[in-house]
Every structure is written in C-alpha cells, then in structure tokens.
Design a protein around this ligand. Sequence first.
Ligand code: GTP
Ligand code: SPV
Ligand code: MN
Length: 591
Amino acid sequence: MTNNKAVLEFVEQSRALCQPDNVVWITGDEALYQKLRDEACKTGEMIKLNEELLPNCYLHRSALNDVARVEGRTFICCTNKEDAGPINNWMAPSEAYQKIGEIFKGSMKGRTMYVIPYSMGAVGSEFSKIGIEITDSIYVVLSMNIMTRVGQKVLDSLGDSADFVRGLHSKAELDEEKRYIAHFPEDNTIWSVNSGYGGNVLLGKKCFALRIASYLGKNEGWMAEHMLILGVQNPKGEIKYIAAAFPSACGKTNLAMLIPPELYRKKGYKVWCVGDDIAWIRVGADGRLWAINPENGFFGVAPGTNMKSNPNALLSTRKNSIFTNVVHDLDTNTVWWEGMDTPAPQNAINWRGEKWDASKYNKADKSTYGAHPNSRFTAPTVNCPCLSDQFEAPNGVPLSAIVFGGRRAKTAPLVYQARDWNSGVFVGSIMASETTAAATGAVGVVRRDPMAMRPFVGYNMADYFAHWIEMGEKITNKPQIFNVNWFRTDDEGHFIWPGFGDNLRVLEWILDRCENKVDAKETPIGFVPNAQDINIEGLDITTDVVEELLTVDKETWKEEVNGIEEFYAQFGDRLPEELKVKLEELKQRLN
Ligand code: GTP
Ligand code: SPV
Ligand code: MN
C-alpha cells in the first residue's frame, strides 16, 4: 500500500481509537468494490437495481433521522473563537478532540474500518489536493469512489508527504444527539460521527473541498467556492466559461447541464458542464481567474430531475450510480421520484422503506411523498453527455463571468451586473435565499447566504469577504460579476421566468456584457438589461413580463438594506471597510 509514515500513523491512531475488527485499504481494485457491493446487499445497506435498465446501480436508504446536512451540529474547531466568526459554530480543538473522541472510542467494534486515499482534482495535477478518509460505511466507500479519484494511484502521488487531509468517519449509532461534523482547519483534520448522510460523511465534498479548502485558500491565495462551472459555446465555436454560486438546491446542477432552447440549438449553441457544485479558483499567469472542479461525480438532488428539466443529469444516473432515499419501483426494480416524467409506480416502497400508495400523494403533506425532498443520486461525471473536454484540464478553465444567485420570490431582479469587482463582492456578500431541504430545519425562510457559502466557510466570514477583496487586487484581468434570480413569483406564487434551459437567454446577455456588446440600464443596485435585450423568441412571455422581472423596487430594497445592516453588524470591526462603503453608496442611491 504505502510506506508513508504520516498515513500509517493516522490509520493506526484511528484504529486504536475506533477499535474495528479489521482494516481494509481501498486500492481502486474493482474486485474489492464488487465484494463490498455484494456485502452491502446482503446486509440490506444497499439494494441492487435492475441490471439491464440501470447497470451497476444501487439504492440506499439512510436512517429516518439522517437525511440532510446538519448545520447546527457542524463545527469549526480553531484555537480562537473569533477566527471561526459569528456564523459558524465553534468548539475549542482540545474540547472537540476530547468530547468527540469519546464517541469514536470503540465505535467500530465488530465492524471493518476502510481506508480511502482520494484526490480532489485530477491525480497529480499541481492544483489537486489529497485526502485520506477512514470510515466504517460501505456506502461511503462506494460513494467516495464515484465522487472522487480513489486508490493506489493517489498514495503513489502523495509519496512520503504529510500534506493530506485526515478524515475520520464513523456511523457509530446514528444517534442524532451525538452527531458531530467537526473541522480542525489548523490540523487539516475532519471528524464526522453518527451520520450516514452524503454531505455529512462524503468528507471530500463540503468538509474538505469547501470548509478546509476555503481556509487553505485564504492562506495560500486561492479560492474554494460553492460554484458550478460551465462553458457556453457560441455558433462561432468559441467557448466562454462561467462559474455560478447558488445556495443548496437552488439550481447549480440544472444550470451546469442545461440544454439550450431549440432556437439556440439550431443556431449552434452548446453548453458544456465542467462542474455542478464546487470550484477551486486561482489566478493564472495571464492574470485571469482559472477554475477546476475538484470532484469526480455529481451528488445531485433527485426530485424534479426528469428528461425534460435536466436530461443530462438523468442520463448521468443510468449506470454505475447510487440513489439515496428515492422510491423503489418493485415491478421493474428501478427508482422513481416526484417530478419524474413517468407515472408513479403502483407497486412501490417509499424512502422510509414502507409500502407506498402514490394515489395518496398530496404536495402539501410531506408524509405522503415517495422520495425524500433531499433524496439524491451519486453519479460519475464521465456519464454526463455534456461533460466538457476540459473537465480534467490540470489548470482548469478561464472564467469570463462569476454569477451569484438565490431563491427570492420578490426583491432580486432576473439578472443584474455589479459595477466592478468590489461591488461584485458586495453583491455576493448580501445574497439571501429561501432555505431548502438540503439542510435540516425550516424550508422557505429567507436567510443571508453570502456567496452561497454560509454553511461552508471554514473561518470567519468577514475575513472571507476580505479575501475576496484581496483576490480582486491580484486579478489583472477580472471576470465580470452578476446576480441572477430564476425564482421570482407572481401573486399566486407561480414562478414567472420559465427557467432551466431558457436560463441560457440570460447567460447570453451576461456574456455579451462581458464583451461590451450590449447596453444596460443603471439602477441603484447595478446594471440591469433593457427588456428587449433578453431574447424571448419562442417563449410564452412578453417583453412587459421581462420588464417586470427586471424591476428594482426602491422601497423593497430600502427594507433589504435594513436586513443587510443587521447581518453586517455581527461582524463588527472585522467587516472590510470596502463593503461598508458599498453599503453606504447603495443607501445613497436608494434615497
Ligand atoms: P445542491 O446539490 O444542493 O448544491 O443543489 P443545486 O444548486 O445543484 O440545485 P439543483 O440544480 O439540484 O436544483 C434544485 C431544485 O431547483 C430542483 O427542484 C430544480 O427543479 C429546481 N430548479 C433548478 N433550476 C431551476 C430554474 O431555473 N427554475 C426553477 N423554477 N426551478 C429550478
Ligand atoms: C448541498 O447541500 O449544497 C449539496 C449536498 O450539494 S451536500 O453534499 O449534502 O452538501
Ligand atoms: Mn451543493
């Protein structure tokens, strides 16, 4: 396996603490994976699906109390509380090691401990980073194998370096009272216990690639962001790349894989997916921002994914994928979820593992749902029909635009452009969005979610804002920054903008702005399109509706300013002066 002392020591310490019956190294060997799949099917941890219709696909049901990220039990454990900031939960490292160590103690008795060496980013690329995840869950082993690059090649690439992220996970008893997702940025360490749900346990994803990586990025001069990356190819064959940050379950996967409307397809437009959730971004030698997707798979929201809304995502799940908390159709031994464009199965088991009667489905009553609203699929990126040929490019892709966005029923217009980099940082910092099922807690409540990173910044958010401002000083060839909102509703609560593939119409305006090809209207918050510049050919809506979607209501925004001031206040003196100035300027423009 390896002679790397630091790795061997980490494995030995974890073994001594968790006391498993045995230790298995994940080398990337297919025969071992198959053995693990068979074992998981035997114990009921996974169900093998129809080999003809869904080759090498499996269904998994998590515990009923364990279906989403637990932000209330997620901690940043750094020496000084102030360095975690007012948004994160904080615990002193010594206290956390002590308290959570007690829970880990003996937690793997009677179980096998798996050691997963994985790389975030292409193995061996200068910009990639390595992690070792230790776990007692086969589901985690198999999911990490989809979501990251795993195996001996990673150990080989690590050599004898001690520069890797140490991740320890145990399902323990799945006790939610003793569930902890703890990050020790100063030690490159993550401890996760008593959960089996994706975002809490696939430690390469949010824990490493965002919380730990954001901390590394601040110290090393790069950025780890909750962003999709896509390429828009125009009829001339030129490809321009966009990175976009939307909060959880607000449309990143959908936008990253969008299919252009027919009108655009005919003209020759294409969209290429580089990533759907996480971007690691640095300044290239040319002074531009370059982004990679450090993941190797998609952990996508299942409900609503269908051949019309997102065929590329659905097609990505047709082989070598794992489904979690969806409906099991017993007649075909396949899966189904709400918002699938085929009729609900008659003979089926819901996400809770009970017989499910589709005829009782009532949107208002969650207990009638077949699939959990945060049910997900884990699918390899290589399955994606629109995967960019730059997906593995070691240096990533150059960004023309950065887009922020959220779920706002009113307030935010369909799209607007920030005046300059620092205004763009301000726009990102004041982002707010209605909460979704991706985290436990109330759904549909508007909360501040700066840069869609509220749950994912591994240090003080005020310092994170400062890091964005500092990065701006290093980027000589800056991308333009925009904000979008696909989710404005009418008085009956219906979405006004058609969304999905038609979002390309907005991206077209964004890219035209980046090249100064189209005019815009100045408003107190930034530049909005002239309504006639959003192409609505082939849509059911009129220019008047677009006009309506683009309105910036001064009174609403004055109220918004109150919310921003309240949010900013908690950062005290640590809030960068630049943002205070931007807020004052906004207030003046509104008056
Ligand atoms: P995470 O994986 O949690 O980070 O989520 P995500 O940002 O990738 O969100 P995803 O693309 O999975 O979309 C989540 C939900 O938003 C799904 O129910 C989609 O159907 C819905 N959605 C996505 N794009 C649009 C859009 O343009 N308009 C509307 N109305 N809904 C959308
Ligand atoms: C999100 O919630 O933003 C996700 C899913 O992408 S999880 O991996 O659970 O964080
Ligand atoms: Mn996400």
